[in-house]
Design a protein around this ligand. Sequence first.
Ligand code: ZN
Length: 182
Amino acid sequence: MRNPPRRQVLVAAAAGALGLVAPSSARARPMRRLIWVVNQRNEELAATYRREDGGYDFNALARLQHLFRDVRENLPGPLPPQLIDLLAILQESFGFDRPLRLLSGYRTPRTNASIGEAASPRSYHLEGKAADIAMRGIAPLDLALAAHAVSQRLGMMGIGLYGGFVHLDIGPTARWTRIGRG
Ligand SMILES: [Zn+2]
């Protein structure tokens, strides 16, 4: 389903969005979830990574893991499904009319050390628990605020607002949800 025709994506997205509209109804409704991502190499994937019964589609997760790899070293890392869940729920709030642009997912220690933002040697990118994202036509601030709303609902997300992107990670519940410039 790489580079699916646009109409196909939208139809699939509409079906996915119907499956999970509000968190309060998440238990009662089907869990089917869709994500649409394009990475730094313009590799694109729109996939239903979670089935109606809430189970993960491991084939889709494997393809996402490839998309979220360290592209500099061409090495995949871990990709916790919870990170994809957060990104998918965030994407749902924008209606699936454009992909999430992934600017950085998993990073090897070598790549991490070479990037400014990552000065933090314990960056969650090293564990595959973080994603730097942007959306065409959406200001990073608006993306960060939407992420904040999602994190208020789910209670586990670190948020960093940068010049052209938003850093999101899944960390310990208590210490996250900060919005700042860096
Ligand atoms: Zn980051």
